[in-house]
Design a protein around this ligand. Structure first.
Ligand code: NI
Length: 395
């Protein structure tokens, strides 16, 4: 079956490049994927899938029924949204929308999803159960997976596969990761409330800026002394605002940051741990505080059986030297984790690096480019893994 899949995919290659370039030049921001989802629905329908639009606002679901020998369902998830970045690649199919760019490769993911759907629809009689394609909106704002789940996208799903492009892996290769792939990502806001006064008479005021500086230093020091170094926690304050004039002591400082962690136990303790530090600094200097801690997406924890499935599909398709077993997780965020509360799953990293060209920009860079040959690598890997799903004891 692998050679049939490869043959179908290579015939589709020119069409898939066209699709990817079309999506790339018409990027849409998170939650606004109207044209992209209409386009996706059109391609899925013309490939014979059962299509449902408007799932999770601007998401699309397509289903291939298989031959009915199994009542199980395998889901394949791809995301469709772009970023508020002005593209500077100079490509002829560069974004036609000012200030919006597919700089995270979701155009490639959508194309890999469509290509996989086209391939699997041709071999549908060989699939024992259902394959459900989830084309998800709003991944970049970590909302789309929640919207899809709320609309029933995971009902009856027994396993889910996902893919994300990775520029530091060369095009044609891919990365497999057992266990944690990405971090739990929470939002933090700390407001320090002091008392305003004359810059010349600090003893008559409570300086919120100085106390905010103490809070930041204390948190960073405390991480190294109180958190298990083998269970990473990263807290970055990315925004800080306070004060109105150079000679007036600020009464309020507002800080916003992101908190990343890999282990659920450490994550659960972080809100009260942060509050303890903020409270002790503020109490020491007579300031008040407010803390708003919002839990974002959990860590993606790849299921070992499905990761094994992806690894064996990839190794059979491309040979072991093109398949890297990734030794480390990333502290990035990925809302694929939301689906994993409903079914086990695994996400692989698709190499898109233009390694020889020296133009290998990172994700979210205005000059980010991909090796388009990766589309076929992704399609064949995904389609073959889906085919093998039912022969690995999942029937
Ligand atoms: Ni992304």
């Amino acid at each position: 079956m692998l050679s049939e899949i490869k043959e179908i995919a290579s015939k589709l290659a020119p069409r898939l490049i066209e699709i990817r370039r079309h999506i790339h030049s018409h990027p849409e921001l998170s939650g606004e994927e109207y044209q992209t989802s209409a386009f996706v629905a059109g391609v899925l329908s013309s490939s014979g899938l059962h299509v449902k639009e408007g799932v999770g606002k601007t998401g699309v679901i397509g289903e291939i029924l298989g031959n009915g020998q199994s009542d199980r369902t395998l889901a394949i998830r791809t995301d469709m949204d772009a970023l508020p970045i002005q593209e500077r690649t100079g490509l002829e199919f560069a974004s036609r929308i000012s200030g919006v760019m597919h700089a995270c490769g979701h155009d490639v993911h959508t194309t890999v999803g469509l290509g996989t759907a086209m391939v699997l629809s041709e071999i549908a009689p060989h699939l024992a159960g259902k394959v459900r394609f989830l084309f998800q909106p709003a991944e970049e704002i970590a909302q789309g997976a929640n919207w899809m789940v709320a609309d029933g996208a995971m009902e009856g799903v027994d396993g889910i596969l996902g893919v994300h492009v990775f520029p530091s892996i060369p095009g044609g290769s891919l990365g497999i990761r057992y266990g944690a792939l990405t971090a739990a990502t929470d939002d933090l806001e700390i407001i320090i409330i002091g008392e305003s006064g004359h810059g010349a008479r600090p003893h008559e005021a409570i300086d919120a800026i100085w106390i905010a500086a103490q809070v930041i230093s204390s948190i960073q020091q405390a991480i190294s002394r109180t958190q298990n170094p083998l269970r990473p926690v990263v807290l970055s304050i990315g925004q800080i605002n306070g004060g109105r004039a150079p000679n007036v002591i600020a009464d309020t400082v507002k800080m916003r940051g992101t908190v990343r962690s890999l282990h659920p136990e450490s994550r659960g303790k972080l809100p009260s741990w942060i509050e303890g530090i903020v409270a002790s600094v503020c109490n020491g200097y007579g300031a008040k505080y407010e803390i708003n801690y919002r839990q974002g997406v959990p860590s993606v924890q790849n299921d070992s059986a499905l990761t094994q499935l992806l690894q064996s599909a990839a190794e059979e398709a491309w040979g072991g030297d093109r398949v890297q077993i990734l030794p480390e997780p990333s502290l990035g965020a990925e809302d694929f984790s939301v689906y994993l509360d409903y079914a086990p799953g695994s996400m692989f990293r698709l190499g898109v690096g233009l390694v020889e060209k020296q133009t290998n920009h990172p994700l979210h860079h205005p000059q980010f480019e991909v090796d388009e040959s990766a589309i076929i690598t992704g399609v064949v890997t995904m389609a073959y893994a889906a085919y093998k799903y039912w022969v690995m004891g999942n029937e």
